[in-house]
Design a protein around this ligand. Structure first.
Ligand code: PRP
Ligand code: ADE
Length: 178
């Protein structure tokens, strides 16, 4: 059931103090990927959420780099396409970009100009929500592309950083909260 899947996911997240900088408690999802049952549980839980709340989704948009680990699996389950938002300078052709701050640094997010059509219904996916800087930048890119953001999905939410507030009015669905 849902509870046992959530417990399985929870048991496959590790914490590393002072990585990548002093004062950051890094939540590591690598054990999830190493365990097929835990990875299946993550995708099952995301799929259930989407089928219940966002039946009309047309594209899953994954964030560089750890959103790429879960996004394509979910998109394939749902029978919809997957699109990448990458760190600047990695995508060929015409692109749009947005600069942002994250819990431990700065970056620039970029998408191919023709990746999403105006009015398309999309869901954003990443491994973790911290300050929300990354997902906020992704929402800005979606606005530039005139996409309709149905919501955001993450494996982990770090509640004390209040990323949810930054992303309003968009909803954030998470599996595990700290
Ligand atoms: C991490 C994480 C999220 C983001 C969350 O990625 O995977 O994308 O930070 O932080 P925020 O909510 O404060 O923006 P990172 O930029 O470290 O890149 P990586 O996926 O390449 O490791
Ligand atoms: N991205 C931003 N903050 C993070 C954290 N504490 N652990 C893992 N990834 C992160």
């Amino acid at each position: 059931g849902r509870e046992s899947k959530l417990q399985l996911v929870h048991r496959h997240i590790r914490a590393f103090p002072d990585f990548p900088k002093k004062g950051i408690l890094f939540r590591d999802i690598c054990p999830i990927l190493k365990d097929p049952a835990a990875l299946t549980a993550v995708i099952d839980l995301f799929e259930e959420h989407v089928r219940k709340n966002h039946q009309h989704v047309e594209l899953i948009i994954g964030l560089d780099a750890r959103g790429f680990l879960f996004g394509p699996l979910l998109a394939q389950r749902l029978g919809v396409g997957f699109v990448l938002i990458r760190k600047k300078g990695k995508l060929p052709g015409s692109t749009v970009s947005v600069a942002y701050d994250l819990e431990y640094g700065k970056a620039e997010a970029e998408i191919q100009e023709d990746a999403v059509a105006p009015g398309q219904k999309v869901l954003l996916i990443d491994d973790l929500l911290a300050t929300g800087g990354t997902l906020y930048a992704a929402c800005e890119l979606m606005k530039k592309q005139q996409a309709e953001v149905l919501g955001c999905m993450v494996v982990i939410e770090l509640k004390e950083l209040k990323g949810i507030d930054k992303l309003k009015p968009h909803s954030v669905f998470s599996l595990v909260q700290y």
